[in-house]
Design a protein around this ligand. Structure first.
Ligand SMILES: O=C(O)CCC(=O)C(=O)O
Ligand SMILES: [Fe+2]
Length: 411
């Protein structure tokens, strides 16, 4: 009798997990409702290509910050650093079993719905999914707010930012205003990240704690149509790593691949930290269940790329960041001025029409302060714009930009 009750209990729990997983799947990928999640049979058919590893590796116990800058960051050379994570508690704590148990009732983001809102799942249901799914391209936990939630922020104690990446210039922005910058990443075999360039010209580091990841990196400047699956290949999984490895990987390996864009391949193992420089295309697929931590950052080496993209894509943030940087790191102002996007005549306001050398010229609006002039040269205007009508509201306040911001989270 006892046994029957236990079996019944287990059966009910399974059913509940299955229904929670189903709900998340429906919200995250509604386009698969009719097509199905296992239609392509990848769980049985998808073969990881033979291991090729052409990335440079270096040892964090002997590589100085200055050497890292000279050798990798400034020239924009990807590398894998060993031993950055040697002392991390994550090495003991982040096993699938332990972490799955400790955070079993906490929700993690595993997708986004059509409106751009997070789709979340409790860890205990995701664990069931991680072990049992046979999906072509499984749901992937990619969570940027674990550090802000009371019950999951303890994860922050399990790792530290390696010294090479400490000088993140976005840290000068108010925490709530800065773009999402760190992600807890977990997923089963075949999950991964489709080919992309990280947002806002940032660079990234990605430390793997458990499992193995396959990476392909393609140099900046490679045209999008060259690195993405063709339309007829994309099917129902246009933005999935499995699709890339099925259709595009054979092309990047072929003799016809343009010499201008030599690819780098890597098989990242536990304890290894991948450095992805600004502007590099990259695609990642998990060979088995993996757990990783990744952060994006702005630095002296990539600021020339990050600043103009921030001014254009996040005007309000750029203004705030400019103010903070000019107090905390005034030495970067020449870099901002040098890399500021060129403004079209439409974007110039009347106060801009006077030449920069004649800052003494005054107008009805009053004189331009020295700081205002520097700001203008950096591509931001410190002057309050007069509101003409409702449409004059900052673009970044509109709901559709919120959506863009949300999807920016998935690097
Ligand atoms: O671990 C992954 O899936 C790759 C994530 C990524 O693109 C990154 O860390 O920049
Ligand atoms: Fe990325």
């Amino acid at each position: 009798m006892e046994e029957y009750a236990e079996r019944r209990e287990r059966g009910l729990k399974r059913k509940k997990a299955a229904s929670k997983v189903d709900d998340a799947k429906k919200n995250a990928r509604p386009e698969l409702n009719n097509f199905g999640w296992q239609t392509l049979g990848y769980a049985a058919k998808f073969k990881f290509p033979p291991v090729v590893d052409t990335i440079q590796r270096d040892d964090a116990t002997t590589l100085s910050v200055e050497e890292f800058r000279e050798k990798y960051e400034i020239p924009g050379v990807p590398c894998i650093l060993r031993n950055c994570a040697r002392d991390w508690q994550a090495n003991e704590k982040w096993t699938v079993e332990r972490l799955g148990r400790k955070y079993r009732n906490q929700k993690f983001k595993c997708g986004e719905d059509d409106e751009g809102y997070s789709v979340k799942m409790k860890m205990k249901y995701y664990m069931d999914y991680l072990h049992n799914n046979t999906d072509d391209s499984p749901l992937y936990i990619f969570d940027s707010s674990f550090g802000d939630r009371h019950k999951t922020k303890q994860l922050l104690e399990d790792f530290t930012v390696p010294p090479y990446f400490e000088d993140d210039l976005f840290r000068y922005a108010e925490y709530k205003k800065r773009p999402p910058h760190r992600w807890f990443v977990m997923g089963p075999a075949r999950s991964g990240t489709a080919i992309h360039i990280d947002p806002l010209g940032t660079s990234a580091w990605n430390t793997l704690i458990t499992g193995y990841k396959r990476w392909v990196l393609i140099p900046p400047g490679a045209p999008k149509p060259l690195v993405k699956p063709y339309k007829h290949e994309a099917g129902k999984h246009p933005d999935e790593a499995v699709t890339w490895f099925t259709y595009v990987y054979p092309r990047v390996k072929a003799a016809s691949w343009p010499r201008d864009y030599p690819i780098i391949e890597a098989r990242q193992g536990p304890g290894e930290t991948m450095f992805v420089p600004s502007g590099w295309w990259h695609v990642v697929i998990n060979e088995c269940a993996t757990m990783a931590i990744t952060q994006n950052f702005a630095s002296l080496a990539n600021l020339r790329a990050v600043w103009p993209k921030t001014v254009k894509g996040r005007p309000k943030l750029s203004k705030h960041w400019f103010k903070r940087l000019s107090v905390a790191r005034p030495e970067v102002l020449p870099i901002l001025a040098e890399s500021a996007p060129i403004r079209t005549a439409n974007e110039e306001d009347s106060s801009d029409s006077s030449s920069s050398s004649s800052s003494s010229s005054s107008s009805d609006e009053g004189e331009e302060s020295e700081m205002e002039e520097i700001a203008r040269k950096c591509g931001v205007s410190m002057r309050k714009k007069r509101r003409l009508d409702d449409n004059s509201k900052e673009r970044s306040d509109s709901p559709c930009v919120n959506k863009i911001r949300k999807s920016e989270e998935r690097k």
